[in-house]
Design a protein around this ligand. Structure first.
Ligand SMILES: [Zn+2]
Length: 486
């Protein structure tokens, strides 16, 4: 695989926003710097690493903390930086050292070198999983013993990961001269790998998880022309600026209300791997002063690992419902009496129609439980969500449902539930959206939306401690800001 594109791919997958070139500066230059750095480091490491080949591909790869439940484990192993085989050493001085000092079998020169001091210098086989591949077909293709496969799959929980190989995944096998498997390494994610090793007559499995170090950073800014310019000046990525907009977007209309002189302060996480910053993390605390009014938001994560933003008093920064559950082009029909275009008579329109392209994602407007998912006469493909005892929302005319969301499943606000279409009785692609309170249809465009739930009782003490620490930090940064902009 081309290592440049590999790095870029993983870097992009870190961002929880659409990955369209948010850090255009990263791609080529950073990758080149990395490769040069790898060349230098590798020429050092290769002499001390006893199992560099086993660890290759685990270096410099990253993932989001959200996908890595195991990251909290403090017993994590940080693997040494080692050499990805993809790295091209042909133009590198250390390559010359290799070929002069070691044998001419080019295919395994580097591997043999790297494992020279290890007990087992059997070569490694690197297999890229193809579409439709399972571990069994890979074993067969490479003439590995079915009995060994069976023993590995019988290892239980850890080796269960091998049942879910995805196309493009890399599995590495160390096979001795008798064609017996010695080791198997599977990179489950850039931070997590499964290591299966022969120990005498049995195999053992171990999970290795690389540790992401989180550091807290802060930024302060004052708007002179635009929020994005002020954010850039404060050293914030577009992603962080968008996160800030999302936190305060319920109270501040960032398209209309931003004024020269508005100020902000942020405390946010930066994530590091092997001492190198890999990405920005979550905003921990934020303050925005708009038109003389100051809003403060604090992040709190509950025991179920669900994070949300609250005011210092513990009230949610969110409303319980999104005003509009779809990014629409125009409102094609409002709530109330109208002439029905298909039925050709006056009729009460009990919802709002949002015209949007077929395939536009539809979001759950609030946290709730799916109580209906299926076809419903003129509504076509429809989902109904129940939100607590009083509220329900309905989404109709979908082209398709989001996979995996069946009746009875819980959804979060903003979670994609389906896609715009024109199933049922519809003249063009649109979302028909209904909002009911105690079973009565209400106008979703004008109804006063309730606030989302405040901090739960059982978390109040814990929230207070988190909040006071974060507020103290914000205040400290405020002093800095006052000194900078008196
Ligand atoms: Zn409608």
């Amino acid at each position: 695989m081309d290592y440049n594109s590999f790095l870029n791919r993983d870097y992009k997958s870190l961002l929880d926003m659409p990955s369209t070139a948010k850090h255009p500066g990263f791609s080529l230059i950073h990758a080149l710097i990395l490769i040069v750095a790898l060349g230098v480091i590798s020429s050092l490491l290769i002499f001390i690493s006893t199992d560099a080949s086993a660890n290759k591909n685990t270096s410099l790869q990253t993932s989001t903390a959200a996908t890595e439940g195991a990251l909290k484990d403090t017993s994590q192993i940080t693997l040494p930086l080692s050499i990805p085989r993809e790295t091209n050493f042909a133009t590198n001085e250390s390559a010359a050292v290799f070929t002069q000092t070691y044998d001419k079998d080019k295919a395994f020169t580097r591997i043999k070198h790297a494992t020279k001091q290890s007990k087992d210098d059997s070569p490694w086989l690197r297999v890229k999983v193809k579409s439709g591949d399972a571990l069994a077909s890979i074993f067969k293709r490479h003439h590995l013993a079915p009995r060994e496969l069976h023993e590995i799959m019988a290892l239980g929980k850890n080796s269960a990961n091998l049942k879910h190989l995805r196309p493009g995944d890399i599995v590495r096998f160390q096979v001795d001269k008798n064609q017996h498997l010695q080791k198997l390494v599977y990179n489950i994610s850039p931070l997590k790998s499964l290591h299966i090793q022969r120990q005498g007559k049995i195999f053992t499995a171990a999970m290795q998880v690389k540790n992401i170090e989180k550091r807290s950073a802060y930024a302060i800014g004052k708007i002179k022309s635009s929020l994005f310019e002020a954010g850039k000046e404060a050293g914030l990525s577009d992603m962080l600026i968008m996160k800030m907009v999302n936190i305060f977007g319920w109270d501040i209309d960032f398209a209309q209300d931003i004024r020269k002189g508005d100020q902000f302060a942020l405390i946010y996480e930066e994530q590091f791997l092997n001492g190198r910053k890999i990405k920005d993390g979550a905003i921990l605390a934020a303050e925005f002063t708009n038109h003389g009014h100051t809003y403060r938001a604090l992040r709190f994560t509950d025991a179920n690992n669900h994070s949300d933003y609250y005011t210092p008093k513990g009230r949610s920064m969110r409303k319980a419902f999104l005003r509009t559950p779809v990014d629409f082009r125009r409102i094609s029909s409002r709530f109330g009496n109208r002439h029905h275009p298909v039925l050709n008579r006056m009729r009460m329109h009990k919802g709002v129609d949002y015209a949007a392209k077929t395939g536009t994602p539809i979001k759950a407007s609030g946290d709730g439980k799916i109580i209906f998912r299926g076809r419903k006469g003129g509504y076509g493909r429809t989902i109904i969500i129940q939100h607590g005892g009083r509220y329900s929302t309905l989404y109709a005319h979908m082209s398709r449902f989001k996979r995996g969301l069946t009746t009875g499943k819980h959804v979060r606000q903003g979670q994609i539930i389906g896609y715009v279409g024109q199933s049922g009785r519809a003249t063009g692609p649109h979302l028909h959206y209904e909002f009911r309170v105690n079973g009565v249809h209400r106008n979703p465009l004008t109804i006063r939306l309730p606030n989302a739930a405040p901090i739960k009782k059982q978390y109040r003490d814990s929230f207070k401690r988190t909040a006071s620490a974060l507020l103290a930090q914000l205040d400290m940064h405020k002093q800095t800001r006052l000194a900078m902009y008196p």
